[in-house]
Design a protein around this ligand. Sequence first.
Ligand code: AMP
Ligand code: MN
Ligand code: MN
Length: 334
Amino acid sequence: MSDAREGQATLDGVVSALRAHESFVMVSHVKPDGDTLGAGLALGLGLQQLGKRVAYFNENAVPRNLRFLPGADRVRRDLGTLPDGTMFCFFDMSDVARAGPYLPPFDAAHTLNVDHHLGNTRFAALNYILEAEASAGAVVLKILEALKTELTPQIAECILTTLMTDTGAFAHSNTTPAVLREAARMMEAGANKERITQEIFANKRFAAQHLMGTALARMRFDAEAGVVWTVVDAEMLASCGADSEDTEDIVQQLRIVDGCKVAVLFKALEPGEVRISLRSNGEVNVQSVAARLGGGGHFRAAGCTVPGSLGEGVTAIAEALRAEGVASAMVVPA
Ligand code: AMP
Ligand code: MN
Ligand code: MN
């Protein structure tokens, strides 16, 4: 079932395991995005065609802008009693810890890990990790093709959402010709690109745009090191009437500053911890930076959560960046 690459299942191995199981739980990562949800929903819809029982787990509520996804209303934290031998399938997560603390107990022998992150810990019995793919949903598409299920408009819409989410609507460097061909194929199969664009990229709440403005007002730029950073704290959220979902697009606005090599958003929203989002223009591997602090991600997009105050978070990132060759005297912006 494994090939030469250690811990990597073959596509055939994945397909026979999926066929052999009758009950599944599709697991998406905490603070879910369009990739982790779209990938799990797409495979789940395919398995339902084969008469399988499929449940969908996420510890959080589905974000407002992803509720249009086919099957999103079936995603929940409490799944009730599951049959013995239920297979747990994990999508878009470099480690099982990304599923969060509420994941129901599962049998490690019946697990499948479908991902595209660098440094995936290959935590499952079957690991199908394609790092060159733009989204976990693109990996699912290969599995669905091998399963020979019908590519319904609903499945196509889920897959197209994963591609658009992880390529920034086809703007990022992971937008290969193959991605554009797959996207075209999803549209031909009935995916509504306009709706995805509208739902995910164009219906910003007033509070979110207000928060963007206040975060950009606190932005700092170390032009010599090429580091752009800012913070969002609970006070800023409250004064804008925003919530944590409204922080999603801020780091990308830092990244597109001319001369920015590394963009960092520090979010101090819960007491005692700082969530950090990192983006790179392609020179610096921010996955390595995040991994130094227990996080992970991709070369150009990564994240981590560190304990302590905002100041401690900034210091931790400054040190991790220095260790990766980017020396910047970062401070908490006033
Ligand atoms: P974000 O900045 O939250 O959009 O995350 C960017 C990328 O880093 C995504 O691919 C995430 O899956 C990954 N990532 C974010 N936070 C973590 C974390 N704490 N541990 C591992 N990977 C993370
Ligand atoms: Mn993700
Ligand atoms: Mn992804």
